[in-house]
Structures are given as C-alpha cells and as structure tokens.
Design a protein around this ligand. Sequence first.
Ligand SMILES: NC(=O)c1ccc[n+]([C@@H]2O[C@H](COP(=O)([O-])OP(=O)(O)OC[C@H]3O[C@@H](n4cnc5c(N)ncnc54)[C@H](OP(=O)(O)O)[C@@H]3O)[C@@H](O)[C@H]2O)c1
Length: 437
Amino acid sequence: MVAPLKVGLAGLGTVGASVVRMLEHERAALALRCGRPIEVVAVSARSRGKDRGIDTRKLRWVADPVALAGDREIEVFVELIGGEGNPARSAVTAALATGKSVVTANKALLACHGVELATLAEKHDAALNFEAAVGGAIPIVKTLREGLAGNVIERVYGILNGTCNYILSRMEQDRISFEECLREAQRLGYAEADPSFDIEGHDTAQKLAILASLTFGTKVDPSAIYVEGITSITTADLEAADELGYRIKLLGVAVKTEQGIEQRVHPTMVRKDSAIAQVMGVTNAVTIDARSIAPITLVGPGAGGMATASAVVSDIADIARGIRVAPFGRPSARLAATRKAPMQRHEGGYYIRLLAVDKPGTAATIARRLAQHKISMESIVQRHRGPPPANPKRPAPVPVILITYATTEDAVRKALAAVKRDRVTSGEPQLIRIEKN
Ligand SMILES: NC(=O)c1ccc[n+]([C@@H]2O[C@H](COP(=O)([O-])OP(=O)(O)OC[C@H]3O[C@@H](n4cnc5c(N)ncnc54)[C@H](OP(=O)(O)O)[C@@H]3O)[C@@H](O)[C@H]2O)c1
C-alpha cells in the first residue's frame, strides 16, 4: 500500500468542514483515483470546542495555523481561513517556504499576493492550487491553465458573484426593487450583512484578476480592473432590456484588444439567447472565446460548502497524483505587468436610458447630438410616461431607451454631456454596456 498523502487543514468553517466530510466519504474512491489515500492528520481553527458537524477527535489540533503550516508530519497545507492578511498569508508563506504544497480557496489572498506566492511555490518546487478561488465547483482554473493550453484565448467573461446574479434575476423575474432583493438575499444567507464588496463589484474583480492572469499571462492585479457595481440598476432597466431581447448581468470581462488586455467589471447587457444569459440565481458561469474553437461556457454552483469543497478536494487529489503545474500556467517571472485600460477607449454597443423633457424638438436635439458624435442607433423606444407631476403645467418627462451600434465610450459620454447642456433631459442618464455574445 502506498503511503497516504498527509494533509494539514486550517479553517473548519463552511468550506473546511465540508472538505473534511468529503475526504472522509470519498476516501476509497479518491485512493483509487489518486493511487494513494488522502488523510487529514491535523487541523486548526479559532475555537476548538465548536460543534462543526464533523468528528475532529481523531485529528491533531494545532492552535496556530502558521505552526500547522510548518508541521513536519504534513505534506500539504490546506488554507481555508480566508482574508488577504495574516494568518492566511503567513501560514501559506510558511508552508511554501518549507516546500509543502498548498491548496487554498482564498481569492483575496491570491488577488493581492498571488504572484509573490507563486514565485515562492516555484522556488521550492511546491504546488499552489486554487481551483476553489473562482467559480466554486466550476473547474475554470484547470480549464484555462491545462485544458485549453493549446489555444489562443481572445476573451474570458463570466458571472462570478452569486449574490449579484441572484439580485438581478429576482429583480427581472419578479419586478422587485434592488433594495428589496438585497434584503431578501441577506435573509437567505446569499448576501453578507455588509454587502458592499459583492454589490460594488470588488469580489468579481478579485476573481477576474485571477482568470485574466491564467488566460493572458498577466500579473494578478485587481487595481488594473475598471469596476462598477449593480446598485444603479433599476427594474425599469431590466424591463426595457427584456423587451429589447437582453438581460442584465454583472460580468467580469478580460479581453485582448489592440491596446492590450482590457479588464472590467460592470453591469452588462447580454443577448437573451446567449448561454450566459440563461444563468439565473446564485449560479456562476464563465464563457471562454478561443481563436480556433466555438465558445465554451461552464456553468455551476459558485459557492457553498460542498460546491467549494469539490474544487478543494480536486486540488488535493492533483497533489496526491504528483501533478505540479506553475500556479498561473507559466513561470511567475514571465507574467506581464498590466495597466488599467482607459474606459473612454472601450468599444461596443450601449444601452442609454434618458428622461426626455416633453417639449417640441427634444427628440431631434438628442438625435443630432448622437449623430455629431457618429453614434448610430439600433433602436429607440419611448416608454410610458411616469406619474403626473405636482405641477400640471410641466408634463412628466418621458423615458427614452436608446440602443446604439458599436461606438466608443468617449463618444457616448461626450454626446450625453452635450444633450445635458441642451436641457432636453432631466436627471442623469443610465448607461449600460452591451457585450457581444
Ligand atoms: N463559503 C463559500 O461558499 C466559499 C466559496 C468560495 C471560496 N470561499 C473561500 O473559502 C475560504 C473559507 O471560507 P468559509 O466560508 O469556509 O469561511 P468561514 O466559514 O468563516 O470559516 C473560516 C474558518 O477559519 C477559522 N479561522 C478564522 N480565523 C482564524 C485564525 N486566526 N486562526 C485559525 N483559524 C481561524 C475559523 O475558525 P472558527 O470556526 O473557530 O471561528 C473558521 O473555521 C475563504 O477564503 C473564502 O473566500 C468560500
């Protein structure tokens, strides 16, 4: 019998406890698939007495995760504590520095210190596996790093945050306001008490930084990403999108352009018949456009104990099999620096919702300004007027929805600034980028 792979696991919360459970339940099958058993020998968490629904009596308890990372008995250190700082960072560093392989689900740690940790892993010939950090159970890291190694990838984009997709799906399907959907998501445990990291797009950005690195060989760097969240999206936008054949999704997009790699996170209109538009609720999805093959879309649970454990266990299994791949698919010294792409240069179609003042010449003024900036219209829809205003002498403005053909963001912003100066609209326009798919 081959000696078991000895694992030390730090963090026994939602994911950690599920990993212990899965390794126990699938023990025999994993031993067969990997050629050797996998055995958790020591664990670490904050509170020893907590009931976690798993039997920890046989497992050695090490109070300090950094001490566990350096423990001589273990070959693999599994970090499921979370957070970009210590103890997660110091524990992972300690493990790699002593040549131990590491498995982590910690997107924040990788987004902030991924290159430094990958360099350390390579120096000590250790694996640094992080399938669970993006897309939960979806094997997107392996797909990009290994499964598509022979392809030139032009674009990767996806729904990477279940909370945002849940809110947008509910708003669209049941015409419920953003605030109400958020409260519901919090009640159901899909959103944090402080949801800002999710709804303002930063969680998606951290995951996108990892995907972009794997796809384009760039240094993981969330500061190179343009980020816009979903808080400005209204049911009126979702209704209009629906009528025009679109859905609105918070997408993380990394795409090769003539100016370099563009990385952005923002609410996006996608055609209703596209694969990504079918993804509703907390589910995640990633689409990969590679040069010589039709697009690939992977869909699955992006979070939850067992979903995340599935990816963590697959990473541990790779180590048991002796598989070592450079963490970001190439030597970390060869990862290229990346800059934030200026959004003025972004090219694509746009959805614009304006509140047009009801007076003669308004439509002609708007059309002239758009034409001056060489913006062509795919469609123009006038929506129902809002409720009557307090002053009946001033009729309520009329919502007008414009869908443009491909243009630049610079042209759209300049045209809208000119329309504003013309005083034919009220309030701020809503602008949503359309992603070709
Ligand atoms: N939950 C998901 O669906 C999901 C999905 C994808 C990725 N992830 C990632 O997986 C990781 C773990 O997430 P989770 O949801 O399992 O978190 P969690 O439920 O909050 O669990 C965190 C664990 O870390 C332990 N811990 C915290 N501080 C510690 C310290 N100073 N020393 C030792 N142990 C400490 C906690 O101990 P106590 O239990 O004693 O408090 C707890 O067991 C994070 O990086 C997260 O981003 C989670």
